[in-house]
Design a protein around this ligand. Structure first.
Ligand code: SF4
Length: 154
């Protein structure tokens, strides 16, 4: 911070911290962002954390962009099957109390990035995959204002 950067890249800054310390670090990052007028790129696997700290969210799978959207859209209107499964993996107190149905989880193993699947890289784990998904790589396209998705079936 002594160099007064314009961009701060935070790579998994809270992944190994317990929840109370996570909250302190996230508050500190928010304050720092505002105080120094920073652009912050926040990299994490925890969607609950990402959607709360970010203005825009980009979801990537095996090195490819699946979806880009404002945070509020990502939370309420995620379109890509991988984004939707990631969001459904956030622990839900109603499910934990047995008061709601558990949502689907991501099945299967992560393929090797050195030998990724043909077409859409998510197809080996996607519940909506078709033959087209194996044959053609889906391109990122705008589906709503400032909302981009790379999927043949959105
Ligand atoms: S392109 Fe096909 S495999 Fe890829 S996310 Fe969309 S439906 Fe699933």
């Amino acid at each position: 911070m002594m160099l007064e950067p314009k961009v701060l890249i935070c790579d998994e800054p809270v992944s190994s911290l317990d929840v109370s310390v996570q909250a302190q670090i996230l508050n500190l990052l928010e304050q720092t962002k505002t105080e120094f007028g920073l652009t912050m790129i926040f990299i994490a696997h925890n969607m609950a954390v990402v959607k709360n700290i970010s203005d825009r969210v980009m979801v990537m799978y095996l090195g490819k962009v699946c979806e880009i959207a404002p945070s509020r859209d990502m939370e309420n209107q995620a379109r890509h099957p991988y984004s939707r499964l990631l969001l459904s993996s956030i622990p839900d107190p109603d499910v934990l109390r047995g008061e709601a149905e558990a949502t689907p989880t991501i099945e299967g193993d992560l393929p090797s990035p050195l030998n990724p699947p043909s077409g859409c890289r998510f197809r080996t784990r996607c519940p909506l995959a078709t033959d087209q998904c194996a044959a053609e790589e889906p391109l990122l396209r705008e589906v709503d204002a400032d909302h981009y998705v790379a999927c043949h079936h959105v």
